[in-house]
Design a protein around this ligand. Structure first.
Ligand SMILES: [Zn+2]
Length: 340
């Protein structure tokens, strides 16, 4: 048999042997038999090069290299086929396991409080007004009777943006926008995100406010009290007591801080209410005549009241949440607890 015929025969023989390999041990045997460093068939054929007559060496060299490549790629193919097949077949479905319960969504505590507030004021004839979260100094401060350099501005740590814009520190700008666009009688509720540079257990840089505004002829402080009593007793329960304390806000005169009996101890005094039995819940007052005038409403003919409340604070009190950040952590366990 000529050396070239012999190589052709070896090529066929490798294919026949490879076809018989069915497990990793047989593969390893085949690899050593053909590519082994000492006794391997391919190596022996390479070493036999010197015995080939000079005129055949070129063809012989090429044929040996083709055989070597054939054996190497054949072994690689075989190996990948064997490893894929070696992965144990796992039963795709374990029918003995209990089924997975679909996650059911629930309303966020802040959204729930907001919806309750809207519902109560809807019954009192109020409509919801909206405004931008990025505001100008005019709508956020100046029109609300905070003159430039007025110390009251320091109480609202503001996030200032470029071009004299800022993130609204309260929802009050919506009141100004509404009074400039509409004529009395006005009864609106503004709800939304507000922003202040403040971050601790009870404060978050982003928080939610609701404000109410009523402007008409003959509105008095008595109307404000009546509205707040009706609202707070609906929100916290009929046994809730309400008290007003004198206060100061630039945009109302007179102004009051409004407290309700502590929802935790019902007035007996506890840690949450610092043993007072009361919780400060909102700020309110009669709209300052200067604010009305600035919006083109005649303060000699019309008067109005306004109030503002933090929705997050109410949600914390109602659901016993000690840290405001829990509200914004996106931990669905909160939603599951609140749902109950
Ligand atoms: Zn208490």
């Amino acid at each position: 048999m000529s050396p070239l015929t012999e190589l052709a025969e070896l090529s066929r023989q490798f294919e026949a042997e490879a076809a018989e390999v069915a497990d990793p041990a047989a593969w390893e045997e085949l690899r050593i038999r053909w590519l082994g460093r000492k006794q391997g068939i391919v190596r022996a054929r390479l070493a036999a090069f010197k015995e080939v007559p000079p005129e055949e060496r070129r063809d012989y060299g090429q044929a040996v290299n083709r055989l070597k490549e054939q054996v190497e790629s054949g072994l690689a193919d075989l190996e990948s086929r064997l490893t894929t097949a070696a992965v144990p077949v796992v039963e795709a479905v374990d029918v003995t396991l209990p089924g997975r319960r679909p996650m059911i969504g629930s309303i966020h505590p802040v959204s729930r409080v907001a919806a309750d507030v809207v519902e109560i004021f809807d019954g009192l004839g109020y409509s919801v007004a909206e405004g931008p979260e990025i505001e100008t100094d005019y709508y956020n401060f100046e029109a609300l009777n905070f003159p430039p350099d007025h110390p009251a501005r320091d109480t609202q740590d503001t996030f200032f943006l470029r071009d004299e814009r800022l993130l609204r520190t309260h929802t009050s700008p919506v009141q100004i926008r509404t009074m400039k666009e509409r004529r009395p009688p006005i009864r609106i509720l503004c709800l939304g995100k507000t922003f202040r540079h403040d971050n601790d257990l009870r404060h978050s840089p982003m928080f939610h406010q609701v404000e109410g505004l009523a402007v008409a002829e003959g509105i008095t402080f008595g109307h404000l009290k009546g509205t707040l009593y009706a609202f707070l007793k609906r929100l916290f329960g009929p046994e809730t007591e309400v008290r007003l304390r004198p206060s100061f806000f630039p945009f109302t005169e007179p102004s009051a801080e409004v407290d309700v009996t502590c929802t935790f101890c019902h007035g007996d005094g506890c840690q949450t209410c610092s043993q007072t039995g009361w919780m400060e819940i909102l700020g309110a007052g009669m709209v300052d005549p200067r604010v009305l005038e600035g919006c083109g409403i005649d303060p000699d003919r019309y008067s109005g009241f306004a109030f503002g409340m933090g929705l997050d604070r109410v949600a914390m009190n109602r659901y016993g949440i000690p840290n405001i950040r829990v509200l914004f952590d996106n931990d669905e366990r909160l939603l599951r607890q609140v749902k109950r």
